[in-house]
Design a protein around this ligand. Structure first.
Ligand code: TXA
Ligand code: MG
Length: 319
């Protein structure tokens, strides 16, 4: 049974003993272990049922630590780090040789960030190793934005889940890589394209092949409910007619769809605020998934700012 706790000391002891914990960050909860502990890293992959080809993000405590895990750091990477850290930006950089290959899935790069959640930072401050952590959800399922979500997934597998409350951002970090002078977004996330462009000028968004993703956050099925999930179609009436006899749920942006055939609805932000929508996104999907509807209809959000990142997740939630 997993203990939900705010006592960082319990987490420190567990991590020093090669165990893994549930870790709150400002984006989503992580499944964290000592980056240098092969035992802990293996346990992360096994617990998450994550294939070993899919690398983990390394969480460090301060910018000086960058040189411990990465090398040949491009000037633009440093600019972004100085501007957005601690915060929801992950940089793909050349790895140093002593970063274990199991963490980076044998890639020459390491993904690294400094989280801004006070509990995560306080914990990292007291450790003398970085924390490797993927999101705290089984492979391809909905991410966790509360300690309770983590407990529902991993009650049997974890002893300690640090309870840092509800994640303030609610969507994963933005992953950025560098090729020559180019800055490339490999995963849309809590920091927008426009935020990045204010600091380093033009950036591009990587369009991957789905069978061979560079950042497998780009795998086509991801963030998915157990319940059958489809996008809301333009002609709602025809779509609902085709679903006669089904219990229907819907995830919508700012107001309910006025149709009594939909029995469960989740509104992401009545105020039409995209940041609020991001914060509510995964909890709303979890609730719909538990509500025993037969099918979840998903309405895409305005495709701007963080709405673009949310839409990326919503398209992949379709199963
Ligand atoms: O906000 C976040 O980034 C959260 C919190 C816990 O920090 N973490 C997270 O981890 O979302 P995860 O494992 O669910 O997603 C990390 C993504 C994966 O798609 C992985 O393939 C990619 O980052 N990644 C990690 N290391 C990489 C590398 N060296 N090269 C390319 N992609 C990498
Ligand atoms: Mg994930």
């Amino acid at each position: 049974m997993a203990l939900l706790t705010t006592h960082i000391n319990l987490a420190i002891v567990a991590l020093q003993n090669d165990d893994i914990i549930g870790l709150p960050t400002e984006t989503v909860y992580g499944l964290a272990g000592n980056m240098y502990s092969e035992k802990a890293i293996k346990k992360i992959f096994e617990t998450k049922k994550r294939p070993f080809y899919n690398p983990l993000i390394v969480h460090i405590k301060n910018i000086d630590y960058l040189d411990v895990v990465a090398q040949n750091i491009p000037a633009k990477a440093l600019l972004l780090a100085q501007h957005f850290w601690p915060g929801p930006l992950t940089l793909l950089l050349d790895k140093r040789a002593d970063v274990p290959n199991i963490v980076t899935a044998d890639k020459p790069t390491v993904a690294v960030r400094i989280p801004s959640h006070p509990m995560a930072l306080a914990l990292l401050q007291q450790l003398n190793f970085p924390l490797a952590a993927p999101s705290a959800n089984p492979f391809t399922t909905i991410s966790s934005t509360t300690a309770q979500h983590v407990k529902e997934y991993f009650d049997k597998d974890l002893d300690i889940i640090l309870d840092g409350g509800e994640c303030t951002k609610g969507i994963e970090s933005t992953i950025v890589g560098f090729t020559g002078d180019d800055v490339i977004i490999y995963r849309l996330g809590a920091i927008t394209e426009t935020d990045l462009e204010k600091i380093v000028g033009e950036v591009s968004i990587y369009i991957g092949q789905d069978d061979k993703p560079i950042a497998p956050g780009m795998l086509i099925k991801h963030y998915s409910p157990k319940t059958k999930t489809v996008l809301l179609e333009n002609d709602v009436n025809i779509q609902l007619n085709n679903l006669a006899n089904k219990k229907i749920g819907a995830l919508v942006f700012n107001k309910k769809i006025d149709d009594e055939r939909i029995v469960e609805q989740e509104i992401l932000s009545e105020a039409s605020n995209l940041e609020e929508a991001a914060k509510n996104l995964y909890a709303a999907l979890h609730r719909l998934d538990k509500s025993k509807v037969d099918i979840i209809l998903i309405a895409l959000l305005p495709n701007e700012g963080i709405g673009k990142s949310i839409n990326d997740r919503l398209r992949k939630a379709v199963n």
